[in-house]
Design a protein. Structure first.
Length: 132
């Protein structure tokens, strides 16, 4: 029989690799801004999925209601007696000429408190103008 050779295990390398980053604060701000945009997009997508599911549910409900209405109409037609109706022509009513009603003159409306105060203020200013 052939003997198996023991498999070589890959030894973890302990090498540490350093990379210099220019302006790390700005880079961190950009990365965080991108993460924020991604999270906003994911949130909008989740809202879209919910609204799409609601829309699909509403359409399905509408289809069920329409089929139920069609079924009930068919049932109603089958139970009603079959008769022929004459088309009813609506009679035209003779239009009477309307007499013009003379418009009444509008009575002067009572002044509101603000208008009264403004009138009094105008009178006082007029008197002050005459004095001075």
């Amino acid at each position: 029989m052939a003997q198996r050779k023991p498999a070589k295990k890959a030894e973890p390398q302990d090498e540490v690799l350093f990379v210099e980053i220019d302006r790390p604060v700005e880079l961190r701000k950009q990365v965080l801004g991108c993460l924020k945009d991604i999270l906003d997009s994911m949130e909008k997508f989740e809202k879209f999925k919910v609204s799409r599911a609601k829309r699909i549910e509403a359409v399905e409900s509408l289809k069920r209601n329409a089929s139920e209405i069609s079924r009930l109409i068919a049932k109603l037609k089958s139970t009603l007696p079959k008769t022929q109706f004459k088309a009813v022509v609506p009679k035209k009513k003779k239009e009477k000429p309307q007499k013009e009603v003379p418009k009444e003159k509008q009575a002067p409306r009572p002044k509101s408190e603000i208008e009264e105060i403004e009138a009094e203020l105008a009178d006082i200013e007029k008197k002050l103008g005459q004095i001075g």
